[in-house]
Design a protein. Sequence first.
Length: 104
Amino acid sequence: MEYADRDKNAAQHGTGIHDTLDAIARKNGFTPELVAQIGYRSEEVSKEKLASSTRYGYLYAERELWQVPQHIQFFLDSVAYENKLLNEAERSRIEQFLRQAGIY
């Protein structure tokens, strides 16, 4: 029962991946200050969430536990933009934010 009843977190929370993603985003110029300056919010890009964390995780814990900070999401969106992985509406919106940020 000691293990069955204890709090559990997704594997990624103990791996240090969040710090790694933060370092990569910042190294590429994606900071909290930048997203605040240009008004980037991931919800304005896409309402559809595909990850299992967003489908199921919100049922079991606060939303913030399952989301990466906005500057990291903006960096990930820029990678998806560069690799043409976004639909046209998302691509157009990310392009606007990238231009405002002086990245494209």
